[in-house]
Design a protein around this ligand. Structure first.
Ligand code: DSN
Length: 445
C-alpha cells in the first residue's frame, strides 16, 4: 500500500548519501575557507569549545516553554537549573535585576520589547538605516510587523552619533512614548545622558538595542545603558559578547509590571521553545565573560582603533579620524575611491578578507553603499593584537592600492591566520590547543 496522502517521488538510489555528503563537504569547505581567512564582520564571533559542545547536546531535542519551575512540559529539572544559573549570571554580568534568556535572536528580542512597550500605531524614536540603525527599525522589519511608526532622530555625521539639539526638538514636537537607541554601525556611544531629561519631559521610555556592543558593555568598555536611563536592553548574544546565536532581554528593577510584560513578550509573545541548547551555551559564555570579558573587550576596542589608524596611515578614508575613529569594535571606511562598498567587499572576500559593504551617512543610493564595515571581535578572539592589525591593513593596501592579485593577498592572509586558530578568552584556553574550525563525525555510508 502506498502512502495515504501525496508524497515526494522516492529518492534515486544513493541520492540521500549524495545529499548528506554534499552538505558535509560544503560545510567543510566553508570551515576551511574561514580557517584561512581574516574575518572582519563586526557582528560575528567564535564560540568557546565548552559552549559549542552544548549546542549538540540532548537539550537541542527538548522543549521547556515557560520559566524555571513553571513549565508546560515534564523532564525539565536540569533545564530549570541551567536557566536559573544563566539568568543569575546575566544579572551579575550586567549589574541589573531583570533578565530573560528566551528570545532566540536579537530581532526576536526586539519584537518582544515592541510587544511589551508599544501598541500598533505608536510612534517610536529611532535612527535611520542610512545612519546605521538595525533593520528591526524598518517598516519592512520588526517595526513594520508591530505596526509602529518610526520617528527619526537627527544625525551628526561628523560625530557619527545622534545630533542632540535637533533631536530634542524632534522629540518635543512628536512625543514618542518609546525611544530606541542602538545601531548596527555602532562607532560611538549614544548621547543618553544628554537626551535623558528630554525623555523624562515627554514621558518616553528608553530602550537600547545593545546587540553589537553587548560584550563591550559587560567588559566596561562602552556606555552602560541600564545605568544611563534606559529601562530595557535587548540584544543578540554572539557579537562582541562571544556567545551562541541567541537573544537576551535585560532591565532595571524600577517597574515590575514592565518586567512581566517583557516576559510575556518573550513567551508566549514571540517564542514557543527557546532553543535550550543555545540557552545552556549562553550560560557558559556568560560565565566565561565574567572571568575574561574585561580583558577581551579592552583588546577588542584597542584592535579596532589600531586597524583604523593603520588603514588611515595607508591612505584609506576611515570615518571620524578626529575622534579616534571609534570607541567600539567597529570601524567604517569610505571606499568610493577604491570602487565602492560592493566591489571592494567582493574583492576582499576573493582575497581571503571577509567584510561587508555598508551604507554610510550621506550615501545617495541605498543600492550603492559607499563603504565597508570592519569589526575586530573575531580576530581579537583568536589572539591577534595591534601588530596583526597593521598586517591586515597591509593586505588592504596591497589589494586595493598596490595592484596585488587576490591570489597573492589570499596566500598572505592565510599565512597570517595560520598562527591564530585557537579560541582565547574562554575556559578551555590554555588547557588544550582547540582548533575551532575542525569538524568531527563519521562519513555517511
Ligand atoms: N545583521 C547584523 C549585523 O551585521 O549587524 C545585525 O543583526
Amino acid at each position: 500500500m502506498g502512502a495515504p496522502f501525496p508524497t515526494a517521488d522516492p529518492p534515486a538510489p544513493g541520492e540521500m548519501a549524495r545529499s548528506v555528503r554534499t552538505v558535509r563537504d560544503l560545510v567543510r569547505q566553508h570551515s576551511t575557507r574561514f580557517e584561512r581567512a581574516i574575518p572582519l564582520i563586526a557582528s560575528e564571533n567564535l564560540l568557546s569549545p565548552y559552549a559549542k559542545e552544548l549546542l549538540i547536546s540532548d537539550l537541542h531535542s527538548r522543549y521547556a516553554e515557560g520559566l524555571p519551575g513553571d513549565r508546560y512540559y515534564e523532564g525539565n529539572e536540569q533545564v530549570d537549573q541551567v536557566e536559573t544559573l544563566c539568568l543569575a549570571l546575566a544579572k551579575r554580568l550586567f549589574r541589573c535585576s531583570f533578565a530573560d534568556v528566551r528570545p532566540t535572536s536579537g530581532t526576536v528580542a526586539n519584537l518582544a520589547v515592541l510587544k511589551a512597550l508599544t501598541e500598533p500605531g505608536d510612534l517610536v524614536g529611532t535612527s535611520r538605516l542610512a545612519d546605521g540603525a538595525h533593520i528591526s527599525s524598518a517598516g519592512f522589519g520588526a517595526f513594520g510587523l508591530r505596526g509602529v511608526k518610526p520617528v527619526y532622530y537627527a544625525w551628526d555625521p561628523e560625530r557619527m552619533t545622534v545630533d542632540v539639539p535637533r533631536t530634542r526638538e524632534i522629540l518635543r514636537a512628536v512625543r514618542p512614548k518609546t525611544c530606541l537607541f542602538g545601531l548596527s554601525l555602532f562607532l560611538f556611544p549614544m548621547p543618553l545622558d544628554e537626551l535623558r531629561p528630554t525623555l523624562e519631559e515627554i514621558g518616553a521610555r528608553g530602550w537600547y538595542d545593545g546587540a553589537h556592543v553587548l560584550g563591550l558593555i559587560a567588559g566596561g568598555q562602552f556606555q552602560d545603558p541600564l545605568h544611563e536611563g534606559c529601562q530595557v536592553l535587548s540584544a543578540s548574544t554572539h557579537k562582541t559578547l562571544p556567545g551562541p546565536q541567541h537573544g537576551i532581554l535585560l532591565g532595571t528593577a524600577t517597574d515590575p509590571e514592565l518586567e512581566k510584560k517583557l516576559q510575556s513578550g518573550a513567551f508566549p509573545g514571540v517564542t514557543s521553545n527557546h532553543h535550550l541548547n543555545a540557552m545552556a551555551a549562553l550560560a557558559v559564555s556568560l560565565a566565561e565573560q565574567l572571568e575574561f570579558g574585561r580583558d577581551y573587550a579592552a583588546r577588542t576596542v584597542e584592535n579596532a582603533r589600531a586597524l583604523a589608524q593603520a588603514l588611515h596611515d595607508k591612505g584609506f578614508d576611515v570615518l571620524a579620524p578626529s575622534l579616534g575613529f571609534t570607541r567600539s569594535h567597529t570601524i567604517a571606511v569610505r571606499v568610493e575611491a577604491e570602487g565602492g562598498g560592493e566591489a571592494v567587499a567582493r574583492r576582499l572576500a576573493d582575497a581571503g578578507v571577509i567584510a561587508n559593504k555598508n551604507l554610510l551617512p550621506g550615501d545617495r543610493s541605498p543600492k550603492h553603499p559607499g563603504g565597508v564595515r570592519l569589526g575586530s571581535p573575531e580576530v581579537t578572539r583568536v589572539g591577534m593584537g595591534p601588530r596583526e592589525m597593521e598586517r591586515i591593513a597591509g593586505l588592504f593596501d596591497d589589494l586595493l592600492h598596490r595592484g596585488r592579485s587576490p591570489e597573492e593577498v589570499r596566500a598572505a592572509a592565510a599565512e597570517l591566520k595560520s598562527g591564530f586558530t585557537t579560541v582565547r578568552y574562554c575556559f578551555a584556553a590554555g588547557e588544550a590547543a582547540y582548533r575551532y574550525y575542525d569538524l568531527v563525525g563519521c562519513e555517511p555510508a
